[in-house]
Design a protein around this ligand. Structure first.
Ligand SMILES: NC(=O)c1ccc[n+]([C@@H]2O[C@H](COP(=O)([O-])OP(=O)(O)OC[C@H]3O[C@@H](n4cnc5c(N)ncnc54)[C@H](OP(=O)(O)O)[C@@H]3O)[C@@H](O)[C@H]2O)c1
Length: 296
């Protein structure tokens, strides 16, 4: 792949994409200042045309889940309108689009991992706008991979892991919700998986994108609650000789936030493994890699 355009390169996933894709060709990573997903269609198209990418990878999104409840228009523009414009551009140029979506498209009412064939039913504005973004992409004839992931974290960026690391230095006790289950996913594993997909496409030829166009779930394996995830982070910190707070499990009702979260949002990643032999390791094992990367 010659020229790979990564949107959202300053974000958690976008940063790792740049790093992982750099062995495969030229990575173009304009900032939001260079290309905003708030731009009108013709201006956005003009900017994309000037870059002449061979593939577009969209990791840019409005990700402030609670804020989205009061900034619906902005979240909709970035998460739903812009992905449609990107897909139309890719359709016209006959180049593939890789786009990230979320476990929050589901309502969380199942008690076993969600499959790609399950019906989405978002329960917050962020999830609604992300689902709308998926749907506008599917409505074009662009070859696309929509990769739904969950609970993204890493040494870099604004995420639960970094919040817990900071709170460990500030607090002696914490209350964390234990009735939301999901799969924490390392941003670097997402970058690596996308690099593997693009390398595979390179070997198989252009038919790859048409054949495999569709939606796939991509997370680290296993499942946990925010409470157990926090506890695991603090266990690792203590083993490394750092102080760690006591953690008390609480229910979501005791921690009111503007946007409701799905109770169970674990994704079944079997399809990706079956089609591409790509599977990400268990979240617990992965946490120890992230601790090392974060130099804890
Ligand atoms: N974080 C999670 O837990 C999670 C879970 C499931 C799915 N996802 C999905 O995974 C993808 C990547 O998420 P992430 O965690 O890497 O997000 P992130 O760290 O919040 O990064 C978001 C990126 O989007 C860019 N962006 C925001 N508004 C923009 C605009 N108007 N125009 C252009 N760029 C804009 C940001 O640029 P600035 O740095 O300039 O603001 C940043 O580079 C998203 O599609 C997200 O929905 C994330």
């Amino acid at each position: 792949m010659k020229r790979m355009l990564v949107l959202g390169g300053t974000g958690q996933v976008g940063y790792e994409l740049q790093r992982s894709l750099s062995t495969l060709g030229e990575v173009l990573a304009p900032t939001q200042n260079d290309i905003s997903l708030m731009l009108p269609a013709n201006e956005l198209e003009g900017k994309l045309t000037a870059l002449r990418p061979d593939i577009v990878i969209n990791a840019a999104a409005y990700t402030a889940v609670d804020q989205a409840e009061t900034e619906r228009e902005k979240a909709h523009q970035i998460n739903a309108v812009a992905p449609g414009l990107l897909a139309s551009y890719c359709e016209k140029q006959q180049i593939p689009l890789i786009h990230f979506s979320t476990d929050y498209v589901f309502d969380g009412t199942k008690n076993q991992p969600w499959k790609e064939t399950d019906t989405p039913n978002p329960i917050n504005v962020y999830g609604e706008t992300k689902l709308a973004g998926e749907n506008v992409i599917r409505a074009t004839r662009a070859s696309h991979l929509i990769l739904r992931t969950s609970w993204v974290y890493g040494a870099r960026g604004k995420n639960f892991f970094n919040t817990m690391k900071r709170l460990a230095t500030e607090k002696s006790s914490l209350s964390i919700v234990n009735d939301q289950l999901g799969a924490p996913t390392w941003s670097r594993h997402l970058g690596d998986a996308v690099a593997q997909l693009i390398a595979m496409a390179g070997k198989q030829g252009p038919g790859f994108w048409q054949t495999h166009s569709g939606t796939y779930h991509l997370t680290n394996a296993g499942e946990t609650s925010w409470y157990d995830f926090a506890q695991a982070i603090f266990d690792e910190m203590q083993s490394a000789g750092h102080p760690a707070p006591e953690v008390e499990p609480i229910s979501s009702d005791d921690y009111p936030v503007p946007a409701p979260r799905p109770a169970y949002s674990v994704l079944d990643c079997g399809l990706l493994e079956e089609r591409f032999a790509i599977s990400l390791p268990d979240w617990r094992q992965t946490l120890s890699y992230v601790m090392q990367d974060a130099k804890v």
